[in-house]
Design a binder for this molecule. Sequence first.
Ligand code: ADP
Ligand code: MG
Length: 419
Amino acid sequence: MDLASLLHQTFGFDSFRANQEAVCRAATEGRDVLLVMPTGAGKSLCYQLPAIARGGTALVISPLIALMDDQATKLSALGLRVGRIHSGLSRDDARQTCRDYLDGTLQFLFIAPERLRVPGFPEMLAKRKPALIAIDEAHCISAWGHDFRPDYRTLGDHLPNLRPAPVIALTATATPTVQLDIVAQLRLDNPSLFIHGFRRHNLAVEVVEMSKPRRNEFTIKLLADSANRPAIVYAPSRKAAEELASQLGGSAAAYHAGLDPATRERVQRHFLSGQLEVVVATIAFGMGIDKPNVRTVVHAALPGSVEQYYQEIGRAGRDGQPSRTILLHSFADRKMHEFFLERDYPQPSELTRVATVLTPDFQMPEILRQKLTMDVETFDIVVGKLVAQNAAALDIAGNVRSATTTNWRSGYESQLAFR
Ligand code: ADP
Ligand code: MG
């Protein structure tokens, strides 16, 4: 069956998006692939469809339990046979899943990278080789990236034993250095590279200078309007998250790493189902969460890096509908980041910012008629000063045209260049 029919029959979609079809063809033919595509663009399909087309079991490496559960639930709902092995499941379940894998009854097996450190586990996988291997959130493998996970490093050692399956590496944020690093670390074999633009046309980026004491009141007012919900608010600390969530009341909850796993799971589930309309979170929340209709992402403080910022605002508007992202900041935020940067990195004077240019002819989506308020000063704060690791090759909703920053630590120069 051709891929388009398989797409329709299995997923019920009428057509491929962007270059999903080309990616699916390469992977189905057994080629290694590096796919860089914005959040919400539909990366998962690019390993799921080839996996079904190739038959056998696809092994999917995923960094978060929430991500695995989200994908597994969706695939099961489509009638596909899915297994997961992670720390949130019982030992018996894990054993049964291994048996299913060895019997060849699974179409997808999701595992966390740290599983590969469990003695005997990689050997078990190698006994019955997967037909395709997908590495989700592949930027986690690179120390140059913003979410480095040392456990991803071991993948390079284990993959050769699981070959000849094609390896598909997927990520939404990878600078050219991170892309090279992914290819090298995973030892991809003459991979097909699919690198997309990062522009999210339906997101309005608003940046508002506001003193800290006023921000909760602003956010409460903003989210009182149902058109601005569902929403995610990123708070700078656990305490700040708790405080704002309680001020927001019933349809809001806090989410941070200090809560027990059951509470976190419940908050996430209720947010996905719509029972909760607002999550006030620390950076612990959100990687890969596919909630299509998030209308607003508020940053109640300046985030630590542009890549982090891009990932977080990327959770808005995955359904393609106009959505707002609002960054609240003041000089005090900047001071705090500078304090940490100066403590942890060389002096900012060593940062060579070759060029920062704002797009003069930028046009907001008509429907929002929001004034773009990101000025050179803020851009300087967000891009010029805070990019302690690689500057991401990202385009914040189209308002940034080009910038070159030098990585303070390595001296590596990375280019941000957009259409
Ligand atoms: P990401 O690139 O962030 O991993 P996902 O793979 O989670 O994005 O996909 C985002 C959403 O887009 C999902 O709800 C998915 O079902 C949907 N989607 C993906 N491809 C298509 C398509 N060809 N047609 C319609 N919807 C699609
Ligand atoms: Mg994804």
